[in-house]
Write a protein that binds this ligand. Structure first.
Ligand code: ADP
Length: 395
């Protein structure tokens, strides 16, 4: 069995068709449909080239007979050769070009002819490819004008780019809010504490009462800000990971009546950006709830690894992630298409941003998951330097 066959995503084509499409997905499907029509080939697709992988994001035509949609090692694809300038954009006969002919995928999926153009963002970044395949050799292909297909690739680039810009803008806003909320928390707690003390020892009780009630009001506003989820620029400062997680757990406990969020942890100090981390935690908790539509327990823990790094774990008992999709999960815009997740809205960008934010802080994220049983996502952040905190904080 070829690599492509082994990793092929059975039934995802239908599921993609069934999933409730967002405006952006609808537009993508329309543009891809147009490319498919123009190319007059058996199959057309949009794929992301995400580092080592090629991930089909949208397909049109006879995907199944080409073993698609799939997640494949990028180095095994014609697209990679085309993008690197080692194969032309239009290949009427794949057997005529040795580098292409030798790819196992060409024989395995019986690819006779190929057309592919890169999808690049306006800053030149390669996002992926727009391609067409047929099983038969197609001598008329070289005559066909692929400049129209390039235009369609530009339209697709704009679709993804504007969606990415929109989500990033929201993310930055949320990061700022989380930072502000987090910074306000400590002084407010102090004001509240002293106001309570003052009430007991002053003859001007109403004044002390006003200070206390206004501080409580500000505290409630901070809670609201935190409920909006957030984060900030990539700083690396020591902070209490457990406290940041606890805040988000409290926020999400209020979001769902059907989920029980279990959390108990000792303080664990890490080095990083509290705003970015808050946003990561928020994303992971939100996903754990969203992708456990039947409700159930979500277990959150914060621990230290052997090398003293901080490790957050969020374990749910929800839909889980099918094996085929696990390699592609952090690819921007990738969403698992399945009947179970139909109607669960999202952009497919959350986890990509989560990984980016974790790595910016010198950490990382990952997961283990079993379809139908649930998932466990983890975030790992570097240890805070010794000596920064008292013995009670860093035993
Ligand atoms: P979104 O939720 O907006 O689609 P994400 O990037 O957060 O985007 O997640 C990408 C995909 O990963 C989701 O569409 C979903 O299919 C899958 N996923 C993420 N978290 C979970 C989880 N806890 N359980 C099951 N599937 C998940």
């Amino acid at each position: 069995m070829s690599a492509m066959e082994a990793m092929s995503v059975r039934g995802v084509a239908e599921a993609m068709g069934n999933a409730a499409p967002t405006g952006q997905h609808q537009a993508l499907a329309r543009v891809l449909g147009l490319a498919h029509q123009m190319l007059e080939m058996e199959f057309a697709y949009v794929a992301a080239l995400d580092g080592e992988r090629q991930v089909h994001l949208a397909v049109a035509g006879d995907a199944e007979s080409f073993g698609a949609p799939s997640v494949a090692a990028a180095s095994t694809t014609i697209c990679r050769l085309m993008v690197d300038g080692k194969a032309p954009e239009a290949i009427p006969d794949t057997s005529a070009i040795p580098a292409v002919r030798e790819l196992p995928i060409v024989a395995a999926a019986s690819i006779g002819s190929y057309v592919g153009v890169p999808i690049r963002f306006s800053d030149g970044r390669l996002f992926g490819t727009l391609c067409g395949l047929s099983h038969h050799r197609d001598d008329s292909l070289h005559q066909r004008d692929i400049s129209f297909i390039k235009m369609l690739a530009d339209v697709i680039a704009q679709l993804f780019e504007s969606e990415e810009a929109r989500v990033r803008a929201v993310d930055v806003q949320q990061q700022k809010l989380a930072r502000v909320a987090h910074d306000l928390r400590s002084p407010l707690t102090a004001i509240l504490g002293y106001a309570e003390l003052l009430r007991e020892h002053t003859t001007r009780q109403p004044y002390a009462e006003t200070i206390a009630s206004e501080a409580r009001r500000l505290n409630a506003m901070v809670d609201d800000l935190l409920a909006d989820r957030s984060d900030a620029a990539a700083e690396r400062l020591p902070f209490d990971l457990t406290a940041a997680v606890r805040q988000q757990v409290e926020v999400y406990r209020g979001h769902s009546q059907t989920h029980e969020i279990v959390f108990d942890a000792e303080p664990v100090w890490t080095l990083g950006d509290v705003g970015k981390t808050t946003n990561i935690v928020s994303n992971l908790l939100s996903n754990a709830i969203k992708y456990s539509p039947g409700g159930g327990q979500i277990v959150v823990s914060v621990d230290r690894s052997d090398d003293d790094a901080g490790v957050l774990s969020v374990r749910d008992h929800g839909l889980g992630i099918p094996a085929y999709a696990q390699d592609a999960l952090f690819t921007p815009f990738f969403r698992v298409a399945s009947t179970a997740s139909d109607g669960i809205s999202g952009t497919g960008l959350g986890l990509a941003l989560v990984r980016e934010a974790a790595r910016q802080q010198g950490g990382d994220v990952g997961f283990t998951s079993e379809e139908g049983k649930g998932s466990e996502f983890w975030l790992c952040l570097p240890a805070a330097p010794l000596g920064v905190f008292g013995a009670s904080d860093r035993p």
